[in-house]
Design a protein around this ligand. Structure first.
Ligand SMILES: Nc1nc2c(ncn2[C@@H]2O[C@H](COP(=O)(O)OP(=O)(O)OP(=O)(O)O)[C@@H](O)[C@H]2O)c(=O)[nH]1
Ligand SMILES: [Mg+2]
Length: 339
């Protein structure tokens, strides 16, 4: 039996092996992905991002426990956790900490935890994360929690991958939330002020509210306008709620889980779920196309031609655009298209 079939039958070992193959961009991983693809598209992808140390892993752990043991008696969800480990010198210790914190979930066959090194992800961090998520989705994990640190380009791209993005803040990281960049706020579907047991929660919450107004001025104005007319928020608008939690004491977790569900229903009823799905698949298609064309072309161009153009660029004799023109000239037919 091949890997994809084993995964579909619930074999955890095959799942773990495939994840490694996919992470290493191994051809067997690619083959499994292709075979699994028709089984994807069911999972709810939830991104959890925010500055280092705000409590993302603790929250992910708590959310996973909540969804494994729903207090309202609904059937437990199968959960995958993808922790994209920071490898910067400042947060390098997080891996061990996360393992320890998440230990109480291990032994539960409905939970699968995967750590991923952010350095050395072949083919780019966001692309690799997207592939891992597809494997989990096909394997029948209904909720996939993806933890990333910070507000870099990679994190924003990973957040775009998610259906629902939680941005985690905590009091005391600079009263006016300098730690949070406007870019990350724009992708936030739910804002969480964790460590609500610490002083300064009100300040953090107020700062977030102000930034939210700045980030969504038109959306907010339009929201108010429609709300005044109809006395109910229209389904097509989503204003990110701000929620307080204390991850270490399980405070606010049920409410946060509820919000995640509400957001999912909003996405489905507004048609945004399909729209996000479409955007995601189209950009994946384009990324793969770009990468494939580049590699195919690089294999065909003689090394000395490439080097002489690079030299022309370094000597400022050619602009990057002229360099590309020169490189494509004569080699273009081989990849069957125009620039
Ligand atoms: N007081 C308090 N401490 C918390 C709370 N949530 C998490 N912590 C503590 O904050 C520290 C960091 O928590 P993590 O969950 O590792 O935070 P993180 O955002 O995943 O950290 P990185 O992955 O390193 O960015 C740990 O010592 C937690 O015990 C909370 O609600 N209140
Ligand atoms: Mg963490």
């Amino acid at each position: 039996m091949n890997l994809a079939q084993s995964i579909l039958e619930g074999n955890r070992l095959a799942l773990a092996r495939t994840l490694t193959l996919v992470e290493n961009d191994h051809p067997d991983g690619q083959a499994a992905l292709s075979e699994l693809f028709s089984h994807t598209g069911k999972a709810h992808l939830v991104g959890v991002t925010g500055s280092p140390g705000t409590g993302k892993s603790s929250l992910v752990n708590q959310l996973a426990r909540h969804f494994r043991h729903p207090p309202d008696g609904t059937p437990p969800k199968r959960i995958a956790i993808v922790a994209v480990d920071p490898s910067s010198p400042f947060t390098g210790g997080a891996l061990l900490g996360d393992r320890i914190r998440m230990r109480d979930l291990s032994g539960d066959s409905g939970v699968f935890i995967r750590s991923m090194a952010s350095r050395g992800a072949l083919g780019g961090l966001a692309a690799t994360t997207a592939s891992l998520v597809q494997v989990f989705d096909a394997a029948g994990y209904e909720l996939i929690l993806i933890e990333t640190v910070g507000a870099g380009q990679d994190e924003i791209e990973i957040a775009r991958l998610a259906h629902t993005t939680l941005v985690i803040e905590a009091p005391g990281l600079g009263d006016d939330i300098q730690a949070i960049k406007a870019g990350i706020l724009e992708i936030a579907d739910i804002l969480v002020v964790n460590k609500a047991d610490q002083p300064g929660v009100e300040n953090t919450e107020r700062a977030l509210r102000n930034m939210l107004e700045l980030a969504h001025p038109t959306r907010r104005a339009r929201f108010k306008e429609v709300q005044e007319k109809t006395a109910a928020p229209p389904a097509a608008f989503w204003m990110p709620p701000i929620q307080r939690t204390i991850a270490t004491e399980s405070v606010g977790i049920a409410e946060l889980a509820e919000s995640i569900g509400v957001h999912r229903r909003h996405l489905e009823s507004s048609g945004e779920w399909q729209q996000r799905e479409r955007n995601r698949l189209v950009s994946e298609l384009q990324a793969v196309l770009r990468e494939t064309l580049l590699q195919r072309w690089m294999r065909q161009v003689p090394d000395e031609v490439y080097q002489s153009v690079v030299n022309g660029l370094l000597q400022r004799e050619l602009s990057p655009r002229q360099a590309v023109g020169q490189l494509l000239n004569g080699w273009l037919e081989d990849i069957g298209g125009e620039a």
